[in-house]
Write a protein that binds this ligand. Sequence first.
Ligand code: GDP
Ligand code: MN
Length: 349
Amino acid sequence: GGLKASVGEDGYKRYYYTDKVDESQRISATFVTLARNRDLNSLIGSIRHIEDRFNNKFHYDWVFLNDEEFTDEFKAVTSSLVSGTTKYGKIDKSQWGFPEWIDQDKAAAVRKDMHDRRIIYGDSIPYRHMCRYESGFFYRHPLMMDYEYYWRVEPDVKIYCDIDYDIFRFMKDNKKSYGWTISLPEYIETIPTLWKTTKEFIKANPQYLPENNMLDFVSDDGGESYNLCHFWSNFEIGSLEFWRGEAYSAYFEYLDKAGGFFYERWGDAPVHSIAAALFLPRDELHFFGDVGYYHVPFHNCPVDPQTRLTNKCVCNTQEDFTWKDYSCTNKFHAINNLRRPHNWKSFSG
Ligand code: GDP
Ligand code: MN
């Protein structure tokens, strides 16, 4: 098969297909999208971006998940766009709804209060089910159990650059468990007790924290408080085994019992991010600075001129969020001694 390995300047090995995809070289990975039937028209652009920039060369599978049945139209359109095998799953009611230990009146009062305080999605029930599902269940859906790695894709996102190497294989070969593109601080109003609850958990379960974890990404005072930094989970390329593992399973269960998905509005992004920072060795987290990504309202637009040319990026660097003061990506690079693009400072402030 036309598979060629090359080691980049950064020391990472990447595999490139020189001609046709060699299926035997593919690893166990899939795209995964949680969507409603009415999301179809917002989703087709996202699929097209992924296919044009990456998957038309690799033909990885795509799993679609929904709390209702997908329509025939949804299946027909998406399967025509995806170059790999598509699979459609319905979410079990037990994983999309209020757990029995949740006090409905208390949860309703919170939604009313958050509505009055104009907190984004604060009054929404389905959004909470979505956040809880993405936090604790998507990786255990029967259709996902066949796979080791996933790439989460949402409606209305864009990929700005070519990805010529097998990005899933990159994860595996380089022992990466969590890949991301955009990081920023979470709204404190949505997670007032998430850190307190996390501290209780790690106090009772210190064995889940490897020595070289990345606590310093999420806390500026040695774990006393949360600095609100999180990876934006609408883009994730990650290891399913990490979420299925003992540490994360116990953590999710602890959070779920605490009730913050309903008594507050805990997002899957801070939950995933805190877990990745605490329960993974720090070198298993990877910033994808070479793919270019957009989800309203933030752009990751590679600013390094060589990366832009090599990968045929089409975004406007003036819109890049990566190196702005409000982004947490600078901190990630600083605490890990990672090289930044030589011109990053021109895009900060
Ligand atoms: P935002 O990015 O935080 O503004 O939230 P989105 O509206 O993009 O929702 C996040 C993801 O969950 C997207 O992939 C949506 O298609 C999906 N989603 C949100 N709410 C629901 C829902 O009620 N049912 C289903 N099936 N998917 C949902
Ligand atoms: Mn979204």
